[in-house]
Design a protein around this ligand. Structure first.
Ligand SMILES: Nc1ncnc2c1ncn2[C@@H]1O[C@H](COP(=O)(O)OP(=O)(O)O)[C@@H](O)[C@H]1O
Ligand SMILES: [Mg+2]
Length: 433
């Protein structure tokens, strides 16, 4: 490749030689015409190439332009390479950008990028869902015009972003609790991270309720017990009255013992996250045990029937299954008034699932209570439950045990007619032996 100066020098030489030859052969006019002709050839060639260059630039396809020969080849070749490299770099940056966007979109948290005026530069779809934003519509809008909750507006205004902010009753249905925090980045920009803490808040509320409930349940028998103790200590009572007091004290102590036992059972069940074992439980033997206990508890006040419709046995944790079954049976006895009837049955349904059910002719339960019966300490009639020695934890325990055996607790009840509590176990938990 010749350098530009060499090319220029060659052209000048050619022009001078042409001028000299024409001057000696045909005179001055011809010599000038020859000079102009020789000079105009590269100019015309340059013009043609520049016109092509302009056309390809306008079409944004410079990389596809066929290369001319000679001096312009190198210029265009380098230009093409430059454009190709630049376009590749832009593509890489775009790809990286897309990856970042995809990663932010995949985040389970809401992300909003705010500029120095708190205008939304970008937000992911979770943030759109949390705050009812539409990115295309709301881009570059000030966020405090769109999220108008006073505590949020104040949070933005105060700029004390070291602490997160809890927003309750958010989301499209107003049932979400959101924890948000702003983090500074870049030039006075802020990244708003928003986390859905609804479940955590619920768990926290449940824990608080639970502690309050336990304290309340314990306080009542302790207070009664202390009252009796004081009386016995301070007043000289006749022997028979003293015995009666001791009996009442024993009943209160018994109530606390049942409560603590049920709490421990529940805690053990909750701590054990593994599914229940698959030891064979001889249901027939279990039914006989339940029958004995039921008759002792009822003391002949109810007509109790035990029916075993299948020789199939259950695979599970015997102690737990016994506890679940006897909870249902004792509930039926305790809540069914005298002369009521109770039917306890074990069988297999058409789908091959095992079903243990307890039907009573008791007072039944209104439908609004049914979904809440398995909550800890939930009772339809608090005083009746206490009078019969209930802790309010029985059905919570039953449900846990059912879950650990991949089973279900189904409650059907008609007020005034009676209730049926069924424990349904999957086919896989049934055994022939
Ligand atoms: N067979 C039943 N008939 C009527 N109500 C029942 C029956 N079984 C349970 N219940 C209702 O469900 C509530 C919760 O039962 P459970 O968890 O066993 O607690 P409790 O210790 O009060 O028996 C009871 O307080 C009672 O109101
Ligand atoms: Mg109970």
């Amino acid at each position: 490749m010749l350098s530009v100066l060499t090319r220029f020098f060659v052209i000048i030489c050619v022009v001078l030689v042409a001028a000299y030859i024409t001057l000696t052969l045909w005179g001055v006019e011809f010599a000038i015409a020859a000079c102009i002709f020789v000079i105009s050839i590269p100019l015309i060639y340059a013009y043609i190439n520049l016109a092509r260059l302009r056309r390809y630039i306008l079409e944004d396809s410079l990389e596809n332009m066929p290369l001319p020969s000679g001096f312009w080849e190198e210029v265009f070749f380098r230009l093409q390479r430059l454009i190709r490299n630049l376009k590749q770099r832009i593509r890489n940056i775009e790809q990286q950008h897309e990856h970042f966007i995809e990663a932010f979109q995949a985040s389970p948290n809401g992300i909003v990028m705010l500029d120095e005026n708190d205008q939304i530069e970008w937000c992911n779809s979770i943030a759109e869902h949390f705050f009812g934003l539409v990115f295309k519509r709301d881009v570059m809008q000030r966020i405090n015009f769109l999220i108008r909750r006073p505590e949020f507006v104040q949070y933005l205004h105060k700029r004390a972003f070291e602490e997160p902010l809890l927003l309750e009753r958010m989301g499209p249905d107003g049932n979400l609790s959101l924890m948000l925090q702003a983090f500074p980045f870049g030039q006075k920009r802020h990244l708003l991270l928003v986390q859905d803490v609804t479940d955590l808040q619920k768990a926290d509320a449940m824990r608080r309720d639970f502690v309050a409930n336990v304290s309340h349940e314990m306080r009542t028998p302790i207070t009664v017990l202390m009252g009796f103790l004081e009386t016995v200590q301070t007043i000289e009572l006749p022997k028979d009255q003293q015995d009666q007091y001791f009996e009442l004290m024993m009943a209160q102590a018994q109530r606390m013992k049942s409560l603590v036992e049920d709490l421990l059972t529940l805690a053990n069940l909750e701590a054990n996250t593994l599914p229940a074992s698959t030891s064979v439980i001889k249901v027939e033997t279990l039914m006989a045990l339940l029958k004995n206990d039921a008759e002792a508890l009822s003391q002949g006040k109810h007509a109790i029937n035990f029916e075993t419709h299948t020789p199939m046995n259950l695979l599970g944790e015997e102690r737990e299954i016994h506890s679940a079954f006897s909870n249902l049976v004792s509930n039926a006895i305790r809540y069914t008034p005298e002369v009521g009837s109770i039917r306890v049955s074990w069988g297999v349904n058409e789908q091959g699932q095992g079903e243990f059910s307890v039907t009573d002719s008791g007072p039944g339960i209104a439908s609004e209570h049914l979904p809440r019966l398995t909550e800890r300490f939930y009772r339809v009639d608090r005083s009746r439950s206490r009078d019969t020695g209930g802790t309010g934890l029985g059905l919570a325990i039953v449900k846990h045990i059912a879950n650990r055996h991949q089973g279900q607790l189904i409650i059907e009840s008609v007020p005034g007619r009676g209730s049926t509590f069924t424990l349904r176990f999957p086919k896989e938990r049934m055994a022939n032996q």
